[in-house]
Design a protein around this ligand. Structure first.
Ligand code: SAM
Ligand code: SF4
Length: 439
């Protein structure tokens, strides 16, 4: 979500004639686009602002902007703690960014933390680091109230973009050479609940959206994030199975494997229901990969609750997981629960969960050894060589020459917990393998 907004911030500034610089000291405008999901983001903002202060004193033309969820959350506090900040622009006010910068020049510090999105950030110009892959927002905000989560407080209630608007954006992207889009929403399953399709009286739904986007020519891959297990529906499975361009990967946030903790989190599904969706999705879409989000150390989590999480992880066999230590967020219900788990207990459980998941990720990746997979090249990997991604969202490294945006078939030689390595092969070999498997 933040990367998507950062692309729009860069787009607005570029359209105004600004060019990027590598040197903060030279900048006329510095924008810090912030995240509030966990506490360390707060600490980092004020640390960064401290570093920028002497640069601004040496370069009085510099304008410092704080954007994003922390701007929405901290509002006036930012300019009280760091009076050298020129503009605070909240999550709903991005379209006003340039106007706020102009006004700050003439009138001094500005702030716009309005509470309602009138113009979707997706309607703004974008500058993308990657010409072949793009984020496409299908909705902003969230109507749930998970007790740990600050998103509804800083992004407001869910607002869906009309299907035609999303489709037009994807068509435009495909025409400009984008081959992969990721549809973004906090709860994609409830996409369209707040929209009525004009004339039809019916409601637009996520499965319909997937089918519509799947019809966009020249697009090769469609991803989406995230479906909420409570609102998952069979028609989404059918759409994923039927749509050729929709990739065989699903990010399916678990949060906890303990039903007691799920209840306290206000996640209205239970572990057995979650696992039954995993089984059903696997049965309907062969080869689909799963990733998830898990929080360790939610208030009141006992060793028994945590073992419940380990049990579900064992059973679900996720390909990968984002694991988080619970971080109390101001204004959320769980922040005031009095049974917070001591830091060292959280760390010890977290390490056990990571070790278990790494062994499962390795096992899942080993199943790819000896297979030939389609890889979309993303660029250069950290250790040199080429980095790309499979349809199942697994990172692949290989030696050779390949340009970002190119599709290659890669024979997988070795699995690691977080990536695969192999070598490119002519497409005919993959077809041969498929033929041999069929025989
Ligand atoms: N809408 C998505 C869902 O319902 O699963 C989640 C979006 S949230 C931006 C991304 C992830 O951050 C969550 O799935 C959760 O695991 C994690 N997260 C959110 N609040 C957290 C907190 N207070 N402490 C630790 N992790 C948190
Ligand atoms: Fe936060 Fe996701 Fe829950 Fe919404 S559904 S409150 S974004 S965790």
């Amino acid at each position: 979500m933040n990367e998507h907004d950062s692309e729009r911030i860069a787009g607005l500034l570029t359209a105004e004639g600004y060019v990027p610089t590598e040197e903060a000291a030279e900048a006329e405008v510095v924008v810090l686009n912030t995240c509030a999901i966990r506490e360390n983001a707060d600490n980092r903002l004020y640390g960064q602002l401290g570093h920028l202060r002497p640069l601004k004193m040496a370069n009085p033309r510099m304008r410092i902007v704080v954007a994003g969820c922390l701007a929405q959350k901290d509002r006036g506090l930012i300019q009280r703690r760091a009076p050298w900040v020129d503009v605070v622009v909240g999550t709903h006010a991005l379209p006003s960014l340039l106007e706020l910068i102009r006004r700050a020049e003439a009138e001094g510090p500005q702030m716009d933390v309005r509470e309602y999105t009138e113009v979707f950030p997706s309607a703004l110009p974008a500058v993308r680091g990657d010409r072949h892959r793009a984020w496409v927002s299908v909705s902003v905000g969230c109507d749930n109230r998970c007790s740990f989560c600050i998103v509804p407080l800083v992004r407001g209630p869910q607002r869906s973009r009309p299907l035609g608007e999303v489709l037009a954006e994807v068509q435009g992207l495909a025409a400009s050479g984008v081959v992969e889009v990721t549809l973004l929403g906090q709860n994609v399953n409830t996409y369209g609940r707040d929209l009525t399709v004009p004339g039809s009286g019916s409601r637009s739904r996520f499965a319909e959206l997937l089918r519509a986007v799947d019809g966009v020519e020249r697009l090769r891959r469609i991803r989406f994030t995230s479906p909420h297990p409570h609102d998952f529906t069979p028609d989404v499975i059918d759409a994923i199975a039927a749509c050729e361009r929709v990739c065989e990967h699903i990010h399916f946030p678990l949060q906890s494997g303990s039903d007691r903790i799920l209840r306290a989190m206000r996640r209205s599904y239970r572990s057995e229901r979650y696992l039954s969706w995993v089984r059903r999705i696997r049965d309907s879409i062969p080869g689909i990969a799963f990733s998830t989000d898990i929080i360790v150390g939610f208030p009141g989590e006992t060793e028994e609750d945590f073992r419940g999480t380990l049990r579900v992880v064992e059973e679900a066999r996720f390909d990968s997981a984002y694991t988080f230590q619970y971080s109390p967020r101001p204004g959320t219900a769980a922040a005031s629960f009095d049974d917070q788990v001591p830091k060292e207990v959280v760390q010890e459980r977290f390490d056990r969960l990571v070790a278990l998941q790494e062994s499962i990720s390795l096992e899942r990746n080993r199943a790819c050894e000896g297979r030939i997979v389609e890889v979309l090249v993303e660029g250069t990997g950290r250790k040199g060589g080429v980095q790309g991604r499979t349809r199942t969202n697994k990172v692949v490294h290989f030696e050779g020459d390949a340009a970002p945006g190119q599709f290659l078939d890669v024979a997988i030689e070795r699995a690691h917990p977080h990536h695969l390595s192999g070598h490119p092969v002519p497409t005919a070999e993959r077809d041969g393998l498929a033929l041999a498997a069929a025989e």
